[in-house]
Design a protein around this ligand. Structure first.
Ligand code: GDP
Length: 202
């Protein structure tokens, strides 16, 4: 009886595990976005001072439970030499959050190029994609209407995957909860194509 109840308890409390890549150029705001999400979703999370975060070198990780699933985030460094490593994670991931610095017009072309490279990669085919038009709190930023066509012009490679371009600010929290919840719903909808990893106790 105990075993039966224990098994049932485990079944109810365990969550499907999904992996989400956070990509984008260095300085786009990836780490700040992830920290901002953690402070909003993780109970008792003692966040760091968001305005003190410096650019990602290497890998930052995070874990968020929402909509009945567990999302494991990999925030990868965006420097050119680190972008070569992104490839290694594509096969394993269930969704991508691509962060764009909308305050940096000079690098928007570079950001678009690395985005195209990523969606052209065979291993990201069909993977749901959130484009975070980030730093919307900046006065001179490009709005979603300006950013969207830049990233949607590659729709051939986007294929049939789910895509959303969303106005966000890691600093103010704009769009953060909406974006994460959307990703959580997408990975569940896409479960037949990319099944979750082994369940782990919550
Ligand atoms: P990463 O290299 O992509 O991980 O970027 P970081 O999260 O380290 O942020 C790079 C810089 O942009 C830091 O100075 C952040 O304070 C700043 N930053 C990040 N997100 C935002 C945002 O939403 N708005 C503004 N104004 N600045 C941001």
């Amino acid at each position: 009886m105990y075993t039966l109840l224990h098994g049932l308890y485990k079944h109810v409390t365990q969550k499907d595990e999904f992996f989400v890549l956070i990509l984008g150029l260095d300085n786009a705001g990836k780490t700040t976005f992830l920290e901002s999400a953690k402070t909003r979703f993780v109970k008792n999370y003692k966040g760091v001072n968001l305005s003190k975060i410096t650019t990602t070198v290497g890998l930052n990780i995070g874990k968020i439970d929402t909509n009945g699933v567990r999302l494991n985030f990999w925030d990868l460094g965006g420097q050119e030499e680190l972008q070569a490593l992104w490839d290694k994670y594509y096969q394993e991931c269930h969704a991508v959050i691509y962060v764009v610095d909308t305050g940096d017009r000079e690098r928007i072309g570079e950001s678009k190029e690395s985005f195209i490279k990523m969606i052209k990669n065979e291993n990201t085919r069909g993977v749901p994609l959130l484009v975070a038009a980030n730093k919307q709190d900046l006065e001179e930023c490009m709005g979603v209407r300006e950013v969207k066509p830049l990233f949607e012009s590659n729709v051939d490679h986007v294929g049939t995957r789910e895509v959303m371009v969303l106005a966000t600010s890691g600093l103010t929290g704009e769009g953060v909860v909406e974006g994460i919840d959307w990703v959580a719903q997408c990975v569940v909808r896409n479960m037949h194509a990319r099944p979750p990893h082994d369940k782990e106790k919550s």
